[in-house]
Design a protein around this ligand. Sequence first.
Ligand code: ADP
Ligand code: ZN
Ligand code: ZN
Length: 756
Amino acid sequence: MTVDNSSASPGVLRVVIDAPLRTPFDYLPPPGLLPAGVPLGVRVRVPVGKRETIGVVVDYATEASVSPDTLKAVHQVLDSAALFDPALLQLLRWTADYYHHPLGEVIAAALPRALRDGAPAAAQVERWTATAAGLAALAADGARRAPKQQALLALLADHPSGMSGATITDRLARWREAARALQQRAWIERHQADAAPAVPRPARPSPDAPQPDALQTDSGRTAPELSAAQVAAVAQIDASAGQFAAWVLQGATGSGKTEVYLQCAARTLARGGSVLVLVPEIGLTPQLVQRFRARLDVEIAVLHSALSDAERLAAWRAARAGQARAVLGTRSAVFAPLPDLGLIVVDEEHDSSYKQHEGGCRYSARDLALVRAQQAQVPVVLGSATPAFETLQNLIGGRYRGLALPRREDQAPAPRLALVDVRAHTVRHGLSNPVIDAMRRHLSAGGQVLLFINRRGYAPTLLCTACGWIAPCHACDARLTVHRASSQLRCHHCGAVEALPQRCLRCGFAVKPVGQGTERVEETVRELFPDQALLRLDRDTATGPEQLDAIVEGVLSGTARILVGTQMVTKGHHFPGISLVVVLNADQGLFSTDFRAAERLAQTIVQVAGRAGRERIQGEVLIQTEYPEHPLLQSLLSGGYEGFAATAMLEREAARWPPFGRLAVLRASTRSNGGALEFLAAARQLAPSTREVRLLGPVAAAMARRADRYHAQLLIESAERGPLHRFIDDWLPQVETLARARRVRYALDVDPIDIQ
Ligand code: ADP
Ligand code: ZN
Ligand code: ZN
């Protein structure tokens, strides 16, 4: 049906809202406005059924998809300009298409909550003006006024367009009380207005202007003189400014990758471009933020998941207004609004926290950074000591360009890796004799020791020594972890907490904790080394940024001689005093059903090993294992990460796993046992037949029952991207209908990072 509109000009606005709906809603513009008066990318208040919600205009149409008499008008247009520039809107559309997720939800995920709730898109400042009555009173000058009120009224009368609070303060100290009095008499008024636009950006230097010197582009504070490899990396990246180029900056921890980011960022900023730096969830430490702030001469907005709504809104506004010209943030910062984007950096690009793997749109911020760089025609730098196999494959295929940073000359040589066969030695609560000996050696030589174990708590199992009962989680197919300090049993999968029983709940006999967690390792080490100060770093000790900071400080200052920690120790921190690193249990990753487990284990070992070595003294890394002859460990030992990757990628290629094939997974869960499997089997029946796409499953998840729901999955595999996405486009709407009918929770995950 055509909306009353004689020409072919658009008459209808297409609006998406934060809801699982694949098609936008149609609305008429508000009375008195033409659609063209409502730019794409602005927020609007719209009626939906009996309620009102906030949506975003994403398109125009000449015809409505509903009949004209049910077509409603937008209630209110909330923004005068688009929230996203066209490039960012394009990225959001790309995300919705590629991950097969409703655009309205993708947009909502990219916006601070306050904006979803209708807050103004620009920072607000108060503006004070004199009213007509105020001016008349001033002119009549009849009333007796306090001198301060008189002065304020006169000041505002001199500034008919109004004054901000800050400018008034510059002229008139302590004026607020006078303002209140004048406001009560309605002689002056206070308004909220958009903050003034940012100061103009520096002009782009002409092409033949001399290149800014690397040292001077920093704000000065302790920029080291770059090594030849760093200079070359900066020069190459910088030479690709203004066009798309994907760089892989590969270098061990401490090789100086961050220095390269800083120099490239400084040059981009000097040219008038803005900079987006993505870091892993756990890598965004106060130290890193501090380093960027100290070295870049611009305001930096920091975006991460622990911000309050108000902080997130302020950071978003500062970026969009061009006031903060660099954004440093975790996953969702890939959607940060940044005018004149000139460079994107993805630090530790292999890190799994870049992938959204729960709830909502399951995007990879690393992959989206590449799409954004391509759309904006800017370089993107992927930095890592252990690049993801996807990234390595793109390097081999010539789509990305590699830049290697060798260890710096003033850096310690690469640490020596050795395996310790735990079957051949006495082991005391997880620590083998050779490890205890090595600890003694390093500690007495003045070194620090890092013990890595990828499990927090005291022990992963509580066992009855009489009847064999094991404390189970009642909501998951999982054992409860013993947390001794808090006298609790906790489920690390659903969060359930119980009191730690002293006796078996089945037979009443004594129970004992079996296996090791960080808490128990701490206890053992304290017994073995009572004179050495020890700190533990895991989610139970680093409960907030201050606690994390205190632990990091304790290790950096040398107060602590031994650090026991989980995955948290592997990211974002340099501990130059550590000379011995021990991986207490490497075996969890060796025999997993997940095709990515080996890659992740190798990355973890190399990242942990990277903490060893100081002041030109070679560090030592000991890996405890029951399988010293395992080919993965052997290839890692003989060939380093590259050698390991070459071997492991051959296996991936043979099995056609990513990056040699394309994968998506449809996951489902139900309250009833078997419901998820039945749903996926029915979904499989609905699948259009094609030779190019293979369906595998459905199978129950590795942990089938989790948080009282039963989980299952169906893999969708194809050699090429195109057929996979066409298949999903055809199939997903039917899956959706089926899921609604059966009340199943489901989610599609494109490029999943684990398929357990
Ligand atoms: P990465 O990001 O690769 O882990 P960083 O850039 O953080 O490495 O460098 C590690 C440490 O070495 C930092 O303290 C940094 O200031 C210092 N550093 C980096 N490059 C140089 C250099 N060329 N000369 C001296 N010190 C350097
Ligand atoms: Zn028992
Ligand atoms: Zn549980």
